[in-house]
Design a protein around this ligand. Sequence first.
Ligand SMILES: [Cu+2]
Length: 549
Amino acid sequence: MSVVESESSPSGAPAPRRPLPSGPDPDSSKLILGFVLGLAAIIAIGFVALIAVVMSFGGGSGSAAADETASTTLDLSAREFGFFGDLVAPAGDVTLRLTNDGSQDHNIGIRELGVVSNNIGPGGTTDLSFDSLAPGVYEIFCDIAGHADSGMVNTLTITGSADEAAAMADGMEGMGGGHGEMDFAAMDQAMMESMLAFPAETEGMGNPMLEPTEILADGTKVFDLVAAITDWEVEPGRIVEAWSYNGVVPAPQIWVDRGDRVQVRVVNNLPMGTDVHWHGIRTPNDMDGVAPITQELIQPNGGTFTYEFTAEEDAIGMYHAHNHGQMQVVNGMFGVFRIGDNPIPYGATVSGVTLPTEEELDLVLDIPMVLNDAGVIGLSLNGKSFPATEPLVVDQGDWVSLTYYNEGLQIHPMHLHQFPQLVYAKDGVPLDEPYWVDTLNVAPGERYTVLFKADDVGTWVWHCHILTHVERETGMFGMVTAIVVNENPDYDPDEYPVTPTNWRKTAGDPLDDDGALGVAEREGTAGEDEGTVGEDEDSAGEDEETGNP
Ligand SMILES: [Cu+2]
């Protein structure tokens, strides 16, 4: 077996299968602006109606005095990931009435005032009221980790008076007109443009391989990690203050051999204490990285700590902060830690597919896909949000092993188009019964290792299947990438075809010589009784599979 110990991405310049724009398209910003203005016009019309209601019913005194304190309730809807509804009100008492039309908990707050409502579940409603809200522009947001970064921010405008608000609404109305259908067209165009922007260049790449700084006389491999707040470009132009190790997100990968003595020297340049937990790695208790139980916090602004342990067992693990992990981890302090080799089930037959032997299987890539969904990084693959995610570029027929690492706060069903993924290790533990999937749920803290063969040429999308983790009104974003399979003149389609036997077929039944499904043969087998099936079997392996319903 040969393994390329890759960086996060297999190659430099990807070779997309379709024309891509060479740079940012100035029209896309106009388009989005137009879309936003269109939306604003809709909101404004709604607001005019609201004002009319307030004036006809709300003004019980019948007075039209402009300086009378207005009282306005704005109906807002929250869903993944955005706020929608009325966002203009006159100065005075304002209530934000939030309905959760999404599938997760949300809340609403005003950033400038430091006030946040309680969390409400799907279908719930909450009021957040303000007395005498002064004129100005405020930012509303959901303060559940990751939600604002995923798009749950908007602008609340408080005007000087009801008249001014009405005038503003009038002005906005003047800009609108016939926008209803255009919004859908604009949304389509925004989606197309967002997708064609892939793959986009950004500064920095996560998961670089970390080489030992030094190797001591006794063979101990010494690694250095510096924790600090550093700029990180998550998607083009969106630069966040990441909490990072060595300035990259995900942190550098550490790969050692079984039996290696390992030292990791940590310098903490963060403004708060930290510690490093070796997730899925067997260590002595005092190296587990959980302050104050197994060590003291590594003090901020220059504190240091050296972790030292022997890499006793093969592992597909991670390392991450433990102190305030809900903030430090999701803001970027996570990385891959590997010990030993992949437990690939060479030669095994799984659902009708027999894998090559170790001598035959040439693994061209063994790479991580680190999932995150919160903090300043937000919904991302390997520290980047689409279109800045890195495509995986391979040749037709290449075998790839990939491990999903979930360092976020939510579950993510990861779906690879076209190529069945053989799940062969869970949390680094080899599975006695590997299985094929096209979508694999990965919960926080979990690692799943899959093997697949890229045997069809083209650009194939690869994404989380919680659709709000990948698409929003302005287009595609977040947890999406693609595999680009280039033509390979040496490709032999008959060598190890990967087509897991569907449960509807008789298990183990191969394709006909001409590639057509052997329908008649299967029906015949299925129609006969058990005794006959037994006669057909010529191997113990097939017997077992036939035994399964
Ligand atoms: Cu997801």
